[in-house]
Write a protein that binds this ligand. Sequence first.
Ligand code: NDP
Ligand code: 13P
Ligand code: ZN
Length: 350
Amino acid sequence: MFDKSTWIKLPRNVLVGHGVLDQLGEAVDELYLSGRPLVVTSPTPNDLAGDRVTAQFAADDPATVVVETASFESIERVIDTAEREDAGYLIALGGGKPIDIAKMASDHLNLGFVAVPTAASHDGIVSGRSSIPEGDSRHSVAADPPLAVVADTEILAKAPWELTTAGCADIISNYTAVKDWRLANRLKNVEYSEYAGALSELTAEMLVESADSIKKGHEESAWIVTKALVSSGVAMSIASSSRPASGAEHLFSHQLDRIAPGQAIHGHQVGVGSIMTEYLHSGAKGQWSDIRDALASIDAPTTADELGISDELVVEALTTAHTIRDRYTILGDGITEEAAIEVATRTGVI
Ligand SMILES: NC(=O)C1=CN([C@@H]2O[C@H](COP(=O)(O)OP(=O)(O)OC[C@H]3O[C@@H](n4cnc5c(N)ncnc54)[C@H](OP(=O)(O)O)[C@@H]3O)[C@@H](O)[C@H]2O)C=CC1
Ligand SMILES: O=C(CO)COP(=O)(O)O
Ligand SMILES: [Zn+2]
């Protein structure tokens, strides 16, 4: 008997473009959400656009909660605030941190949420995943994606250039994430989706082909990168897993978040991780230098120095990354310190 079934959860409205923030109210109206909105944001995005968001919902008496860390305490605070303020739905305004927190909180509260990214820095904008550090490990779980995404390229283009290059690097890392996924499929029988894998790789290819148009200060760059982030998030939704966009390079980054917190941003860490895990996959003559060149062409870091992380911590993260979650990758059940030093040196990371 045929017994497969699948749920692919996607947003209903995705607006990307110049000035679309002013259409947030309209995009929300179309969703038939009701009640009081709770804006979940972090300090900088709140200063930049908090008033423009709440002004559009003045008639519904919006409330705001500002979170500072990606943590379970922040999620608890959002849930408590939503219950106290009797929120009808959530609006996440900011980078990956407030979006992931709102995603997990709204899932818990059984409320819809809408994402308003202020940085094109990560591909969780649309994904049906929420990723939060928890002690020595990483909690990456299914959580319904936003009902709508309103990505204003005017705001995204004014964000620090490093945030946009981080988004590019998060996409470029899809190459190695898909390689790890296929490896896990072959060796550990992990379910693999051809559609999600192909979409993830195509997204990375299209971004790299557009690299010449991704330039600081050009609003078109924010447009190109945001479309890629949306596409990569859709790949994760199709897979019902972050596998299409998260392999060993992400384990490396999550481990850095733990041992070198706040030193570098997510996208930059996964980009450098991807150079090294590509080397592990395909050897000295493989495509690791293509990944490094693609990252360099959009101004993303390619070395430990450029990340602001010491050589020792890079080696420590590489040798311990496999412990952070149960996800089979090219790192297997761990690589030796000698192997880590070899790959990091050969690729010029340290
Ligand atoms: N769920 C998923 O599928 C995915 C989740 N992620 C997660 O997303 C997070 C990474 O996202 P990222 O956006 O880097 O993290 P943050 O939300 O922490 O944003 C990074 C920094 O940018 C600041 N910022 C945001 N917008 C602007 C702006 N317009 N102008 C100036 N500064 C701005 C933030 O300010 P402030 O300090 O005030 O917040 C913060 O300091 C990680 O936690 C990662 O795990 C990443 C990919 C996929
Ligand atoms: O960052 C992500 C994809 O780019 C999310 O993946 P994780 O499941 O590793 O948190
Ligand atoms: Zn990522």
